[in-house]
Design a protein around this ligand. Structure first.
Ligand code: ZN
Length: 300
């Protein structure tokens, strides 16, 4: 198995190269922050599983060509029914029904489920049922935050963690893919923390709302109470998906600053946000979460 389009990640690539196609099992979990390359890795992995050549994906056979064009009949990507609303319960149930159908041409079907950690509790339970069936399909789940997934779902998957790029590696990739000025590229690389997709979003002026909110919030944490309160006030405007983005990104940023400074406030806030992130599975109100966060930070 190869991941030819994924930048960096030499350890993951070596681990996969050592596995026969059947070695990944019937459920794979690709884990890592947004922008790290999970979709790219999933596309390569799925194409590789369906490619009849040894050490696929070969990239040139009809199966690989259709997989990369998005027209392979046995490769199904679950999509949000509405942008920002996440994958719905009916879609997971439908996926179960589809997994019982015979594959069209490959020996099995491959289902990719992006943002598996954003599924709410009923959907995760429905997904668990799918994973418990005797498998004639392969399921590739993507997640940013493993802790937000049911342990029973996680334990059914073979997990592969993606790694951020080294700064030099990231700069080289960005210079190859972007026409922006070198100083703009350097600034984006600095902000992106080794995440190629994130750096490309920043260069394109398309940073996610929740990620920008996380940067504001983490910057406010080192200031006074009023600044923190105002940052939390802004959070009440987010949708649930954006709040999940905010939690994931804040946890990533706080881990970095806690490592750097050993700051107690970063560690406590990280732990609190991890709890809030886990609660999102139950669809609480974002306003209530943001209010509770403001109260928590005020007491720190
Ligand atoms: Zn091929």
């Amino acid at each position: 198995m190869r991941l030819p389009h994924l930048a960096g990640n030499s350890r993951l690539k070596a681990a996969l190269a050592a596995l026969p196609p059947s070695g990944v099992g019937s459920a794979v979990l690709l884990d890592g922050p947004g922008g790290i390359g999970k979709r790219t890795a999933a596309a390569d992995l799925a194409a590789g599983l369906l490619c009849p050549e040894k050490d696929g994906p070969c990239g040139v056979c009809p199966s690989c060509k259709r997989a990369s064009a998005g027209s392979h009949p046995d490769l199904i990507w679950l999509k949000e029914s509405e942008p920002g609303k996440g994958v719905k319960l009916e879609q997971v149930r439908d996926l179960r029904a589809q997994s019982f159908l015979r594959p069209s041409e490959a020996p099995f079907k491959v289902f990719v489920i992006p943002q598996a950690d954003r599924l709410n509790l009923p959907s995760q339970n429905a997904l668990l049922k799918v994973l418990e069936e005797p498998a004639s399909s392969v399921f590739v789940l993507l997640c940013e935050n493993r802790e937000a997934m049911l342990q029973t779902v996680r334990s059914r998957c073979k997990t592969f963690r993606l790694a951020p790029l080294e700064q030099q590696e990231l700069l080289a990739e960005l210079s190859r893919r972007s026409d922006a000025a070198p100083e703009t590229i350097r600034a984006a690389a600095q902000q992106a923390g080794g995440l190629l997709g994130r750096a490309l979003d920043i260069l394109a002026g398309q940073e996610k709302t929740g990620h920008a909110a996380a940067r504001n919030f983490c910057a406010a944490l080192s200031g006074d109470e009023l600044g923190i309160y105002l940052a939390c006030q802004e959070l009440t405007k987010l949708h649930r998906e954006e709040y999940a983005d905010f939690c994931d990104e804040s946890c990533r940023l706080l881990t970095q600053s806690a490592f750097r400074t050993g700051d107690r406030r970063s560690v406590d806030t990280f732990e609190y946000l991890e709890k809030q992130r886990a609660m999102l599975i139950q669809n609480p109100s974002v306003t209530a979460l943001a209010g509770a966060l403001a109260a928590f930070c005020g007491g720190l």
